[in-house]
Design a binder for this molecule. Structure first.
Ligand code: ATP
Ligand code: MG
Length: 277
């Protein structure tokens, strides 16, 4: 099982959109994917459905250790490979405060990830900012994906962001598998704006080679429509096909970066999705 954290310092850059649509695309490609909403604001539930929004989830597991079997809080979807752990009741955390990063919290999270070892991939959506709970999550997860908006502010904040990630890896020590940077993903690219292309060039120059993913996500009203309808963009009935296709391309690129490898049994057994539940 591989764990992938979607994170950013800034809010509203498209983390939740990336988490939901990438997790869904990878599940469509046959991987058993669990999407975990670790944002106390419940971004994933918000862009999925009312039932999902009300479900117990991640924060119930953190605040009441041992009270629930983690598997019992996982929601199934029509796509058998795609499952969800909602954020749950975030206000249960002591005094409404989020727990700070600590060895105990890291231990608790690591145990939780272990209980999901039957999945190929666990995708974790986090709140904006790289501190506290998100830092603890990063410390016990394999890979990071950093969505960045194609705007001047992203260029300016990029060195600090990379320093943050490097510091965390230094703290974790040599040889640890955690918090490897799988890539930076440009989101909400305004294709018609030349300035977007310029910013992409500047970001590419700033980053070590190969860190910027080839796939970029365009600004597209389909994503707003999809989150209002509570579905991944690929499920919109009159979807703009490019929006969904960019996530299929991203899924393909991430398979390589995350070194996902399918067993021959999976290849043989997961060739179709059931039409009826
Ligand atoms: N590529 C896109 N094109 C158009 N709209 C988008 C795109 N990606 C995301 N959005 C919209 O922008 C808003 C913010 O996106 P999203 O919630 O994914 O960001 P976030 O980084 O998770 O925010 P937060 O930091 O608050 O959790 C949402 O309304 C979403 O539907
Ligand atoms: Mg979000």
């Amino acid at each position: 099982m591989t764990t992938l954290v979607i994170s950013s310092q800034k809010g509203g850059v498209g983390k939740t959109t990336v988490a939901v649509n990438l997790a869904y695309s990878l599940a469509r490609r046959g991987w058993r994917v669990l999407l975990v909403d670790a944002d106390p604001q419940g971004g994933v539930g918000f862009s999925l459905s009312e039932k999902a929004r009300e479900a117990k989830g991640f924060f119930n597991l953190l605040s009441q250790p041992g009270a629930f079997d983690p598997a019992s809080l996982v929601l199934s979807t029509r796509l058998p490979e795609f499952r969800l752990l909602m954020c749950g009741t975030a206000d249960l955390m002591a005094g409404g405060e989020e727990p700070p990063d600590s060895p105990e919290l890291r231990g608790q999270l690591a145990d939780l990830w272990k209980s999901f070892s039957d999945y190929d991939l666990v995708v974790i959506d986090t709140e904006a900012g790289i501190h506290g709970l998100t830092r603890a999550i990063m410390a016990v997860s394999d890979f990071l994906l950093l969505p960045q908006q194609a705007e001047p502010l992203s260029v300016r904040s990029m060195p600090r962001l990379l320093r943050h990630v490097a510091n965390l890896r230094r703290e974790l020590g040599e040889g640890v598998r955690a918090a490897r940077l799988a890539g930076v993903l440009l989101t909400m690219v305004a294709e018609e704006e030349p300035v977007s292309q310029e910013i992409e060039g500047e970001i590419r120059e700033l980053l070590p080679r190969d860190l910027l993913l080839d796939t970029r996500i365009s600004r597209d009203p389909a994503f707003l429509k999809a989150s209002r309808a509570g579905v991944p963009v690929a499920l919109l009935r009159r979807q703009q096909p490019t929006a969904a296709r960019s996530f299929d391309r991203l899924a393909e690129e991430m398979e390589t970066r995350l070194n996902l490898a399918m067993t021959s049994q999976q290849k043989e057994s997961d060739e179709y999705t059931r039409l009826l539940d």
